[in-house]
Design a protein around this ligand. Structure first.
Ligand SMILES: NC(=O)c1ccc[n+]([C@@H]2O[C@H](COP(=O)([O-])OP(=O)(O)OC[C@H]3O[C@@H](n4cnc5c(N)ncnc54)[C@H](O)[C@@H]3O)[C@@H](O)[C@H]2O)c1
Length: 292
């Protein structure tokens, strides 16, 4: 595999495109929103600059990474020469299915179609394509350049040889693949999201402050960051979307998004990406926990 298309240049798409480009793949990063594309260029450059400051890469490696990367607002940039398309757009089944139909029409018969979905059934995405055996989940973790895991989701239709190819590709990116089956939320979010939701419920019930809840989980459970800080990093809208999928599919109260999460999303407070969620990020180096 040489040629990769990543669709969606938000939190995840930027990181995914960067990691492929850093490993010498030619990457086209596509977003329908021009402003998002402009932001993505800055995000990727900033991330590479941080790696330079930590002496993880050289200035030459930054330049070669940027040379491997093209930004496009046109979905027609996908064609039969692309080996793999990784979709990383909004966590909505209908929106992703509409895109998978287009990805299928534009790509070639050998192109593998992957989704970075956090919770949506890979089988349901594959059903709208002409060849469900080429559809797979490639669930990168946030922030992509730093996190070693890629959860690989095989649906009942995914061809086992495609699973093998994606496992190898993941290793080529210096990441660790774990293959799981196609259940809502897979392993990662089926466990993580109820924990985040419970942390929000603790906050809503007045059990502790934002800082208190996060400190208990950091210092007492050895989590590298607290669940509310993590929710802000993931994006509160993304957390809500994932909980909605889990609730619709698994029908258990524990997956019902807490009212406070719904309220913050309705108010446009989506976490780090809007500078406000459970913390205020006006000074990004010094996030301030908010009072609820
Ligand atoms: N945020 C996380 O921590 C995280 C972690 C793992 C997986 N995911 C999953 O990754 C996917 C993307 O999440 P995100 O946080 O990067 O979202 P985001 O909101 O930051 O970015 C989504 C981007 O997709 C673009 N987009 C939407 N519809 C499009 C279309 N039809 N064609 C082209 N571009 C389109 C938007 O303009 C936006 O820039 C979701 O499925 C999410 O569940 C997110």
């Amino acid at each position: 595999m040489k040629s990769i298309a990543v669709i969606g240049s938000g939190t995840m798409g930027c990181g995914i495109a960067q990691v492929f480009a850093q490993h010498y793949y030619s990457v086209v990063l596509i977003d329908s929103n021009k402003e998002a594309l402009d932001r993505s260029k800055k995000t990727i450059e900033k991330s590479l600059d941080i790696q330079i400051s930590k002496e993880l890469i050289t200035i030459e490696e930054k330049e070669s990474t940027l040379n491997n990367l093209i930004l496009s607002s046109d979905l027609q940039s996908i064609n039969s020469s692309i080996d793999l398309v990784v979709e990383a757009i909004t966590e909505r089944l209908e929106v992703k299915q509409a895109l998978f139909k287009q990805m299928d029409q534009l790509s070639g018969p050998h192109t593998i179609l992957a989704s970075n979905t956090s919770s949506i059934s890979i089988h349901k995405l594959s059903e709208v394509t002409s060849d469900p055996s080429r559809v797979i989940g490639m669930h990168f973790m946030n922030p992509v350049p730093r996190m070693p895991l890629v959860e690989i989701i095989q649906s009942k239709s995914t061809d086992p040889t495609i699973v093998d190819q994606i496992v190898q590709l993941t290793k080529n990116l210096n990441k660790i693949p774990v293959v799981v089956n196609d259940y809502p939320g897979f392993v990662s979010n089926r466990i993580l999201m109820p924990m985040i939701n419970e942390a929000i419920e603790c906050l809503g019930d007045g059990v502790a402050t934002v800082e208190g809840i996060d400190q208990v989980m950091k210092l007492g459970m050895s989590h590298p960051m607290g669940p509310l800080f993590l929710a802000d990093l993931i994006g509160l809208d993304v957390c809500k979307f994932i909980l909605e999928v889990l609730y619709e599919e698994l029908h258990k109260e524990k997956y019902k998004a807490h009212q406070l999460l719904v309220q913050l999303v309705n108010e446009g407070h989506l976490g780090r990406k809007t500078n406000r969620g459970f913390y205020d990020y006006t000074d990004p180096k010094n996030p301030t926990p908010l009072n609820f």
